[in-house]
Design a protein around this ligand. Structure first.
Ligand code: AMP
Length: 395
């Protein structure tokens, strides 16, 4: 049988990110984004190898953008696209794994949309457009939350009355599942350990950041919660704050819940702390020039991250290693070393030279001497989504 190709789609309300993956190749054949959909500035941009392309598609919606994109995809797939994998943010408790898209699955995704009111309806728009264009092609939904459905109740339940959980689904779900799953498996492979007998801490550090405890290939705890706002400090998200903050700001400033939500999701995190930027590269540069806000933002980011990793260690029977991934985790020796410096009680220590070398999408093993492994592993959420899709294709 010739190698199969999967198109991976990640829809936002006005954008579609896409990647074409071939099962026997680690690289991406074609990737890009359709942006500002629904406006006069709608544009499709894609790259294959070194070549960059763009196409203006004024007023295109999701369906029109996919129509423009699919001939490119078919050309790069030698006309043999085997399936489409859709990234879906929230699967609630309904989805514990990826799922073939049929009418029942669509209804179930719709039924959990209240948990992700901005994201799931956007995903559904993309799914419906793709199903309309390719009704015969197998299509699969891969959920950010599904990997974390293996968490035990002691990790996923909040200490609120049972009824709030049972009737309204208020619990920890966790996100970044495809990334945590991908790097957890890769870490076991690279370390020569069986996935089903391995035990990892993961720090996924991108614009969004989360930690995870993975035991025997399964998530046992994670820092994000009901929404992606909980946990460690992120680019513009605050991570954990006292829930009493809402009432305090409401009373003191007369702010609505919507305004407070906007503050915590869009104006906080690295951006809020530094008063400068949500981008770690900018902050590292500013810190080196003595910028106090950037220095504080990095200090809080690393300390809070280390605290979260130490908390995650409660879910592990032993520590086979700590994994750094995501744009910051894969590229910032400073953040890795400053975080690990807070974790001597986990016996973690970094080799400075190996740390400095492990940048730019390279795998690296960066622990000092006989200390537990610290691995830098480039994540590949698109590949994980493609693998999950391939596993569900009919023979
Ligand atoms: P992601 O969402 O995974 O693409 O990660 C985005 C984050 O990675 C941003 O905060 C970037 O500033 C950060 N990042 C990318 N490259 C570097 C780098 N060389 N050093 C520090 N941070 C980086």
């Amino acid at each position: 049988m010739s190698a199969r190709h999967i198109l991976v789609i990640n829809c936002g309300s006005s954008s579609i990110k896409f990647a074409l993956i071939r099962e026997d190749r680690e690289d991406t054949l074609l990737s890009g984004i359709a942006e500002r959909l629904g406006s006069a500035e709608s544009e499709l941009r894609w790259q294959s190898g070194e070549q960059q392309h763009s196409l203006k598609i004024p007023h295109a919606g999701h369906r029109q953008a996919l129509e423009q994109l699919l001939p490119q995809v078919q050309q790069h797939a030698d006309g043999k696209l085997s399936g489409i994998g859709h990234r879906v943010v929230h699967g609630g408790e309904h989805f514990t794994a990826a799922h073939l898209l049929d009418a029942a699955a669509l209804a179930a995704i719709r039924s959990v949309s209240a948990l992700a009111p901005l994201h799931n309806p956007a995903c559904l728009q993309g799914i419906e457009a793709a199903l309309g264009l390719y009704p015969e092609l197998p299509q699969v939904a891969v959920f950010d939350t599904a990997f974390h459905q293996s968490m035990p109740a002691q990790a996923f339940r909040y200490a609120v009355p049972e009824q709030i959980y049972r009737e309204h689904g208020v619990r920890r779900y966790g996100f970044h599942g495809s990334s945590h799953r991908f790097v957890g498996r890769r870490a076991a492979e690279l370390s020569g350990l069986p996935v089903n007998d391995s035990s990892w801490l993961v720090a996924h550090l991108g614009n969004g950041c989360s930690t995870c405890a993975i035991v025997n290939g399964q998530s046992r705890d994670t820092s994000m919660g009901l929404t992606p706002l909980e946990g460690v400090v992120m680019g513009t998200r605050s991570g954990d704050v006292d829930p009493g903050l809402h009432l305090y700001l409401g009373r003191k400033l007369g702010w609505s819940l919507q305004e407070i939500d906007n503050l915590l999701n869009k104006q906080s995190g690295l951006l809020g702390l530094s008063g400068l930027s949500n981008d770690m590269r900018t902050l590292e540069q500013a810190r080196s020039e003595g910028h106090a806000g950037a220095t504080l933002a990095i200090d809080v980011f690393c300390y809070r991250l280390a605290k979260s990793l130490a908390a995650m260690s409660c879910a592990l029977p032993r520590l086979d290693g700590l994994i750094f991934t995501g744009g910051i985790g894969e590229n910032s020796p400073l953040i890795r070393s400053q975080t690990v410096a807070h974790l001597p009680l986990l016996n973690l220590a970094i080799d400075p030279q190996a740390n400095a070398r492990s940048v730019g999408g390279q795998f690296g093993e960066i622990q000092a001497g006989n200390h537990p492994r610290i691995l830098v592993i480039p994540t590949n959420e698109e590949r994980q989504i493609a693998l999950d899709t391939l596993a569900l294709l009919p023979d």
